[in-house]
Write a protein that binds this ligand. Structure first.
Ligand code: HAS
Ligand code: CU
Length: 584
């Protein structure tokens, strides 16, 4: 034991803690810079649906709506989210455990994803790869696009060994104890993402890169799509789980209360790990070549993936209610209005949760095969994902940035009021936008369509019944532009802002009945030997059972194979050979 202790214990010193903070800040800055470009393009898409074609004015920077949409989806969906996740999922566990992460791997993670981003930017801005964020073959982009994507996926997996190593070192120090909550949630997220990445990883390496290099002439679109959605569904939880980590692990403290149940948080993450993987083909309800029996099974499985989020709604709702009542809130909704709404970090996250009630409900609608057939490939779908990833995740990350940038830089938030304005504008803008998109979708407006390029009289005639919803889409887009400007003034202004006198601590929450804290490294304790504590066994049998993350991963892998072998087998034995298309 003592050798393990001596060999593996890497405690943060003042210098290493500073370099960890700098690294975390680099992830935040890179991620939010990607969002800045992606979000700047977003309103152009909204205006497109409002019948205003801004693209001709943007040449030669952007040639087509489809080029803009690809940049928007790739930067917001992959680059922004991955950088934030890969920063938080290392930094928060390391601080929670009071240990230093493996910096070489963390830097490599950043380097691979940054190199991938540059390749993607090059191939998207030179208009060679307007293949949209799903990069469905036989649409054919340049090899730089697929190589860039491969590097980004590869880099995004590296937090897994880092967090496993942190967890193992901590366990050697505190034998018999359960993994502290934030580390548990981060490990479960990364294990889920490892299995998820196998799908698109295989598609890129076995199909798309060789095809783009000219080593193969044709590609099978159905196998490509199926492998894409193997990853493309669980990726939504790779966007959501880091937000859940903040909601479960930090927000109740920020709101002035406690997390009502630590075991329920663990159960949520364990269920998300197991349920996320096998349901990816619910994005393929209208695809040929997949048996209707499987489509029926997928509908049932998809409902199961909503379960952990329903647990989350109730247990976090109660945690917030507890905080609100402690703050003097009375009655049915008094607790809600009593929350610290003047704190922009809390406001951002509670508004994100509120929006997710509707986003999640829409997801349950889509999970039903019959209902999905009504709205598939209409604007209903982007309506759904702008209030899930575009608000639940994105606004939570904005809320995290409001305390984290001051924590990392020792500089004061530029303006609390402007930060609050940015999140309220985002909330209102996204609500209006998304209402219009859902409504337009019910009236049959197609998604991913350059409708504003139609002659004006044709646009007016075809979309006459959808005029009001499409106007809402355009108005929402403009409000979102204002929100983005306000946010980036605060973000950049804080990076360059005035120095704080006292450091900002990480607001790790305390669970009801749980310990005060784990080995949290505070500014004062850094560099000090941790005191060996007597084992403090967790009382919950559920939490103990869920500690077996290796077993849960194995179950997930088996379930994933059980779902995908029957779907992929008929496709593999009836291959189609499609030549590449460049339609832009
Ligand atoms: Fe989805 C399509 C089904 C969740 C993202 N989804 C998409 C696409 C994206 C996306 C990007 O079954 C489009 C991809 C493309 O380009 O084609 N989705 C679901 C289901 C869920 C779900 C069942 N989606 C998400 C999340 C996303 C996301 C999360 C991103 C982060 N989705 C689908 C389906 C499709 C689809 C089909 C294919 C459609 C098609 O035809 O193409 C579930 O996980 C949702 C469960 C969530 C809940 C909500 C719980 C609420 C909480 C908030 C608590 C609030 C509190 C405040 C405590 C049940 C946790 C309380 C205070 C008060 C006062 C109320
Ligand atoms: Cu999905």
């Amino acid at each position: 034991m003592s050798t393990i202790f001596e060999r593996s214990l890497v405690l943060p010193t003042v210098e290493t803690a500073a370099s960890e903070r700098r690294m975390m800040l680099s992830f935040l800055v890179w991620g939010f810079s990607a969002l800045m470009i992606g979000a700047a393009i977003g309103p152009l898409q909204a205006l497109n649906y409002g019948g205003i074609n801004a693209y001709p004015y943007l040449r030669p920077l952007l040639e087509t709506y489809y080029q803009g949409l690809t940049i928007h989806g790739v930067l917001n969906g992959y680059i922004f989210t991955f950088f934030i996740a890969c920063g938080l999922l290392v930094y928060l566990p390391a601080r929670e455990l009071g240990l230093s992460p493996n910096m070489t791997l963390w830097r490599l993670c950043f380097g691979l994803m940054a190199a991938g981003t540059l390749l993607l930017l090059y191939s998207m801005f030179d208009n060679s790869s307007s293949v949209l964020w799903t990069f469905y073959p036989p649409l054919k982009g340049s090899v730089f696009f697929y190589l860039g994507m491969t590097l980004v996926v590869l880099g995004s997996l590296l937090p897994l060994p880092i967090v496993l190593d942190l967890r193992a070192r901590w366990k050697a120090l505190r034998p018999g104890e359960l993994t502290p909550l934030v580390t548990y949630m981060s490990t479960a997220t990364m294990l889920m993402w490892l299995l998820a990445a196998v799908g698109a990883g295989t598609e890129l390496v076995a199909q798309l890169v060789p095809w783009a290099l000219g080593l193969t002439n044709t590609v099978d679109p159905m196998i490509g799509r199926t492998l894409f959605w193997w990853t493309g569904h669980p990726i939504v939880y790779f966007w959501l789980m880091p937000a859940y980590i903040s909601w479960y692990g930090l927000l109740s403290k920020q709101a002035g209360g406690k997390l009502v149940s630590d075991p329920m948080a663990r159960l949520t993450f364990a269920l998300l790990l197991v349920f996320s993987l096998p349901v990816g083909s619910h994005h393929q309800y209208v695809d040929p070549g997949i048996s209707p029996i499987w489509k029926g099974i997928l509908a049932a499985l998809t409902l199961s993936v909503a379960l952990p989020s329903l647990i989350t709604a109730f247990s976090l709702g109660l945690s917030l209610e507890y905080a609100g009542r402690l703050r003097g809130g009375r009655g049915w909704i008094g607790w809600f209005t009593a929350l610290p709404w003047r704190d922009p970090s809390v406001a951002a996250q509670v508004l994100a949760m509120l929006t997710f009630v509707f986003g999640g409900a829409g997801g349950i609608v889509l999970g039903s095969w019959q209902l999905d057939n009504i709205v598939h490939n209409t604007t209903w779908i982007p309506g759904h994902f702008h209030i899930t990833v575009g608000t639940a995740s994105a606004m939570t990350f904005m809320g995290v940035a409001f305390w984290m940038v001051p924590h990392l830089t020792g500089r004061k938030l530029l303006s609390r009021r402007l930060a609050l304005a940015s999140v309220w504008l985002w909330f209102v803008g996204m609500s209006v936008f998304s209402l219009g998109m859902h409504w337009g979708g019910l009236l049959g407006v197609p998604r991913r369509a350059w409708v504003s390029q139609l002659p004006h009289s044709t646009y007016e005639r075809v979309y006459a019944s959808a005029q009001l919803p499409l106007t809402l889409v355009a108005i929402g887009g403009i409000i979102l532009w204002l929100a983005t400007i306000a946010f980036y003034i605060v973000f950049a202004g804080t990076l360059l802002g005035r120095r704080l006198t006292a450091p900002v601590q990480i607001p790790f929450a305390q669970a009801f009945g749980g310990k005060e804290s784990y080995a949290i490294a505070t500014a004062e304790s850094i560099g000090r030997e941790p005191t060996r504590v007597a084992p403090h066994p967790h009382r919950s049998p559920l939490a103990k059972a869920l500690e077996h993350l290796g077993l849960l991963t194995l179950i997930t892998a088996v379930a994933t194979l059980a779902a995908y072998i029957p779907i992929l087998w008929p496709l593999i034995t009836n291959m189609t050979a499609a030549h590449g298309w460049k339609v832009w």
